[in-house]
Design a protein around this ligand. Sequence first.
Ligand SMILES: [Zn+2]
Length: 181
Amino acid sequence: MKVVSIPFRFKGRHPVWKSAVGEAWATVSRFSEDALRLSRIVRNVCAVRMAPGDVGEWRPWYPNPTDPSQVSEDNKDGPGDIWLNRMSVCSDPVMAVLHEMGHAATTEEDIYQRHAPTEGWASESSADYYAAKWAGLDRLRKRNSSRDHEHHGGIPGQKVLIYDHWYNIDERFVFHPSEPH
Ligand SMILES: [Zn+2]
């Protein structure tokens, strides 16, 4: 089954982000299983004012830290909103949207499969895994080479130093302990 129409709402009247979201969704739609799952998870994509330097953020509705009763097995995979920074648009807004959709699509199993040394690297690499699956590794590589490390996982084929340990990152964004050279 092909999911064509955009299943979530775009809020915030921002032509550049809006067209990037349309293009990102067209890209994801070629993967019907992922598209179907995302259509149940992503409820709104909002162009909002965010801190300078931030591009976007996946914001699950639950758990709301002030309301522990919201946490349950049923809602741990969504729903939620994607926020995009209306104050700054990056060099490849479509990949930025796909990265945030990747966060939305990430499951606990994805996090586990990365074998990453920290939760942060596992989360960013899982989001990038999906972005690369949908739009291609080359496009992700191009984008990540111009971003700083804290905002993304490593690039496949790259060697990264995390807490004094070296890791190789393979094509599926899995971390492998490695020697320094
Ligand atoms: Zn991220």
